[in-house]
Write a protein that binds this ligand. Structure first.
Ligand SMILES: Nc1ncnc2c1ncn2[C@@H]1O[C@H](COP(=O)(O)OP(=O)(O)O)[C@@H](O)[C@H]1O
Ligand SMILES: [Mg+2]
Length: 285
């Protein structure tokens, strides 16, 4: 009995999250940060990191009112709570929360509560207060105002904190968080390749090989924040020009060249009655 208990304990420790997590999956040290932004590729273990952090926060008593926010209600339920890397799956048997889907609520044995929210319904976050929050795939949220609503309610306890785990997209919200790095935001980064040992070989053989080296692969696998979206410059230029051009005269955009072998500058020529192209162009989102 004694040795079996010791064996179980050893097994539990060996498989505990601090033992198996990679360093960039563990909470950054210090208490200066309010937001932990984990930018990582598909299959890196972002959702697992979120779920483990939530379990740790509730078990340690550091948080007792937790918001779980995903892109949709189905994602919150199927991925964050009931998913293979979700909270129920990673919880130890001795500290497993009870899940009440109709209330969108998880309740732990010590009374800590987590509630699921959909990024499609920002209004639901108007009112509830939290001392911790997790945001899965922020880059895929359809309504960025959900982020603002969440922040307004993150006001319980001594140091309310938020973990955001997402594949990076060049959206305003992610850029703003990156600009706060070192102030109240701590950033960790990771690629899909780091978690190769825990992903099905077929995923690497087929999916990874297909996207490796491509632009989409740089974003989705290596978690690079790609600023230079193809067409973005043209889009910025068009927006800028439409603001500058006198009403009713937007005839500044390239005209078809009459010559069969046009020189490049002919395509951006200055037309009578229009204003010159600006020297510098603003970046678009
Ligand atoms: N450090 C780790 N040790 C063991 N398994 C891990 C680790 N990190 C992630 N996993 C597993 O890898 C798989 C993919 O993780 P997941 O969190 O779903 O990835 P993501 O959300 O980044 O796409 C899951 O089965 C998860 O449990
Ligand atoms: Mg995930």
């Amino acid at each position: 009995m004694g040795s079996s208990f010791a064996a179980q304990l050893a097994d539990a420790l060996e498989n505990s999250w601090p033992a198996v997590a990679r360093p960039n999956q563990l909470p950054p040290p210090g208490d200066w940060w309010q937001i932990w932004l984990l930018l990582a590729g598909r299959g890196f273990g972002k959702t697992r990191t979120l779920a483990e952090w939530v379990c740790d926060q509730s078990a340690s008593g550091q948080a007792s009112r937790i918001a779980l926010v995903a892109a949709t209600a189905a994602d919150a339920r199927d991925v964050l709570v009931e998913g293979e890397s979700g909270i129920l799956s990673v919880s130890p048997t001795w500290f497993r929360p009870i899940y009440e889907p109709s209330k969108r609520r998880l309740t732990w044995p010590n009374g800590a509560i987590a509630t699921t929210f959909s990024a499609e319904e920002p209004e639901r976050l108007r009112g509830p207060q939290h001392d911790a929050a997790v945001c899965d795939e922020l880059g895929a949220w359809s309504r960025p105002e959900t982020w603002d609503m969440l922040q307004f309610g993150l006001r319980l306890g001594h140091n309310p904190r938020c973990l955001v785990a997402t594949t990076p997209r060049p959206i305003k919200l992610i850029r703003e968080l990156l600009a706060r790095e070192g102030h109240d935001v701590v950033v960790t980064r990771g690629s899909t390749y780091e978690n190769r040992a825990n992903l099905a070989p077929g995923f690497f053989d087929q999916v990874i090989r297909k996207y490796e080296g491509s632009r989409l692969g740089r974003q989705e696998l290596n978690a690079e924040l790609l600023e230079d979206t193809p067409g973005a410059l043209k889009h910025s230029l068009a927006k800028w020009i439409s603001r500058l051009a006198p009403a009713g005269n937007t005839n500044i955009w390239p005209t078809p060249s009459p010559s069969p072998t046009p020189r490049p500058h002919q395509h951006l020529c200055h037309q009578p009655g229009t204003r010159r192209l600006p020297q510098r162009f603003p970046r678009s989102d």
